[in-house]
Design a protein around this ligand. Structure first.
Ligand code: NAD
Length: 476
């Protein structure tokens, strides 16, 4: 990347850090004002932002974007505004006996970290840049955002709007491709939040480690659906179809594959197919159904299906309107269910991130649990069924970023639950108080009383009887 572009990034960071340092301590009102401005930006320009997202995707429902990217993100701002006074309160902590009696005091103060970098992906381009921003600002930080190059119009519009609603030393958006992204991830931020794929997350963490920049990594993975025998397969199918078809499966938490009892496979597949047909009688000219974001992504998904077919999978296209997708040129792809999948297939090795749904079968639910445990820890895990004992068995024997039972994805929409992955699906989390703490420094503050504690505790030379007695007491 050109040296002057790097110098620009450095200059923005320096300017933000200087402004941050000079303005401390900042009032809660100032923080709230910034959160309100971020919310106003989204509300005032919601239509244009949704139109830009649709143009970037080829097609994406404006109504869907209004919910997922605008209202959902404004909701995160509202939640932060409502709770930030409480979240920011210093916490009194007990001191060891008898220090309290002598007047010692301890507390934890949640202080802003400084300048936080936000690197965001294309699949929910506004939400995944602005949701972390709400909490970053609530915690009293400044922010630099680098949105995805795949949703270029949306990224440029976000840059323009941020310029209008914030001074560059409060929030700045920088646009560009992977080179700018790589340079961005090398900046000596006070914290870096990355949302994107696991392979890129690895590179980001490596770059951040050079400056020991702490990272929050919101990555992807293969989020399984485990269906118990006691599941209502029609209802479950409808819910799985909704979660898999929204944004055409381009959701980090989309159900990636389904694990079903051997003798219920056809019922489970029928449930999902009916769910799709009920919501999307047609797909090609249906504005409710999103396109795949780029030719490259589209070809990748087609290749994944071809690979599965070549290796022996049965391929079922859920095409309720009997439309001809082969001659359509709009990157729309029907839900494609894969039966008889094996681990050798790409569809079982990579995160799918599109409308392809492999189905695996089990003899006992423990087979499914073992499979999940043998593979990378997923971002989400979904259990369907009425058997609470079985549900607990699945939950207590697996590990995942989050869980929704009897539905998919929904846990991310609960403002008071932390959202994040574990291991290869990510580290750290945001949303809820956990997000506020993620972007704050938990500073330990201890207030020493007038009395000479060191002498009293035997810590002060010359050592002797008092020290020996103190050590003995401490070990009692
Ligand atoms: P991606 O990893 O390709 O790109 C994400 C961001 O990283 C973009 O801004 C891009 O410019 C930047 N980038 C690219 N190369 C880089 C490099 N070498 N160094 C630093 N940054 C670089 O991801 P994507 O394709 O935009 O998004 C899809 C992925 O994101 C999926 O894996 C999905 O599961 C994941 N995702 C996770 C969450 C979550 O919250 N956990 C949410 C949405 C998407």
């Amino acid at each position: 990347m050109a040296d002057d572009r790097k110098a620009d990034l450095d200059a923005i960071l320096r300017r933000q850090r200087e402004a941050f340092t000079a303005s401390r301590p900042e009032s809660m009102n100032m923080r709230k004002d910034r959160v309100k401005r971020a919310m106003a930006l989204l509300k005032d320009h919601s239509e244009n932002l949704c139109k830009a997202m649709s143009a970037d995707f080829g097609n994406r429902s404006v109504d869907q974007s209004m919910i997922t990217d605008i209202a959902g993100t404004v909701g995160a701002g509202k939640h932060a505004l409502k709770n930030m006074d409480k979240w920011a309160k210093p916490e009194k902590r007990p001191v060891q006996f008898p220090l309290g009696l002598l007047g010692a005091k301890a507390e934890v103060r949640y202080e802003p970290k400084g300048v936080i970098g936000i690197l965001s992906p294309w699949n929910f381009p506004v939400n995944l840049a602005f949701s972390p921003l709400m909490q970053v600002l609530a915690a009293g930080n400044r922010a630099m955002i680098k949105p995805s190059e795949f949703t270029e119009r949306t990224s440029l519009l976000m840059a323009e709007l941020v310029d209008e609603y914030f001074t560059p030393d409060e929030v700045a958006v920088v646009t560009g491709g992977p080179e700018v992204a790589a340079a961005f991830s090398e900046l000596p931020f006070d914290h870096l939040v990355f949302t994107g794929s696991t392979p890129t997350g690895r590179r980001v963490m490596e770059a951040a480690s050079k400056n020991l920049v702490p990272v929050t990594l919101e990555l992807g993975g293969k989020s399984p659906v485990i269906m118990g025998k006691s599941a209502d397969f029609a209802k479950a199918g409808e819910r799985i179809a909704l979660g898999k078809m929204m944004n055409a499966g381009q959701i980090c938490l989309a159900p990636d594959y389904m694990y079903v009892p051997q003798d219920k496979q056809d019922e489970a597949i029928q449930g999902v197919s009916d769910g799709v047909a009920n919501m999307y009688p047609t797909l090609l000219e249906n504005d409710d159904y999103a396109s795949i974001v780029s030719d490259r992504h589209f070809e990748r998904l087609q290749g994944m299906v071809a690979d599965a077919r070549d290796k022996g999978a049965e391929v079922i296209e859920v095409n309720p309107g009997n439309e001809d997708f082969s001659s359509a040129n709009q990157r729309k792809m029907p839900l494609t269910i894969l039966k008889n999948v094996t681990d050798e297939m790409e569809a079982m090795q990579e995160e799918i991130f599109g409308p392809v749904l492999p189905v695996k079968t089990y003899k006992t639910v423990d087979d499914a649990v073992d499979y999940v445990n043998e593979n990378d820890r997923p971002l989400g895990l979904y259990y369907f069924g009425q058997d609470t004992e079985e549900q607990e068995r699945v939950l207590t024997r697996t590990i995942s970023g989050g869980v929704t039972t009897n539905d998919v994805i929904f846990h991310v929409s609960m403002e008071d639950l932390p959202f994040g992955g574990v291991g290869p699906s990510g580290m750290g989390s945001y949303h809820a108080i956990e997000g506020f703490k993620e972007f704050s420094h938990a500073r330990a503050v201890y207030h020493q009383p007038k009395i000479d504690i060191a002498k009293l505790g035997g810590f002060k030379p010359p050592y002797g009887k008092a020290s020996q007695k103190a050590a003995a007491t401490m070990m009692k």
